[in-house]
Design a binder for this molecule. Structure first.
Ligand code: 7BC
Ligand code: NI
Length: 124
């Protein structure tokens, strides 16, 4: 299977949000639940200025690709500034968080080595 998608392709998909992650919204771009794809999954998230993807962990490894803005990455308690163009590797079960302390929307893609986002169990 090969397919191409982009944010316009999923403009009919509603944004997902949760009170747990204030100022954060996301969509699914490559995901077995939507596309029948397998092995890897990818989503896109935006964090508004002041928003916070709060501390959490999950057993799958994860990658972030930061495409706009800047923020503070929490690496199991160690803080590091991140910005557009940065990529982040997060090992399985490592606690992490991402906060937008900038003026622009912080935009990033995340990738999991799972068929679908819905099988990632979020722990905190
Ligand atoms: O952006 C979200 C919303 C659940 O999650 C992906 C990023 C992460 O670290 O799990
Ligand atoms: Ni995560």
């Amino acid at each position: 299977m090969i397919f191409v998608k982009n944010l316009k392709s999923v403009s009919d998909q509603d944004w997902t949000t949760t009170d747990k992650y204030p100022g954060v919204r996301w969509k699914f771009l490559i995901d077995k639940d939507f596309d029948g794809s397998s092995g890897l999954s990818l989503g896109y998230a935006e964090i508004a200025p002041g928003g916070d993807l709060t501390l959490h962990y999950h057993s799958p490894d994860e990658i972030y690709v930061i495409t706009n803005g800047e923020g503070i990455l929490n690496k199991s308690g160690d803080l590091e500034k991140i910005k557009k163009g940065d990529v982040v590797y997060i090992g399985g079960n490592e606690k992490h968080a991402l906060k937008n302390n900038g003026k622009e929307t912080l935009e990033f893609y995340w990738i999991f080595p799972t068929d679908r986002f819905s099988e990632v169990k979020y722990l905190s």
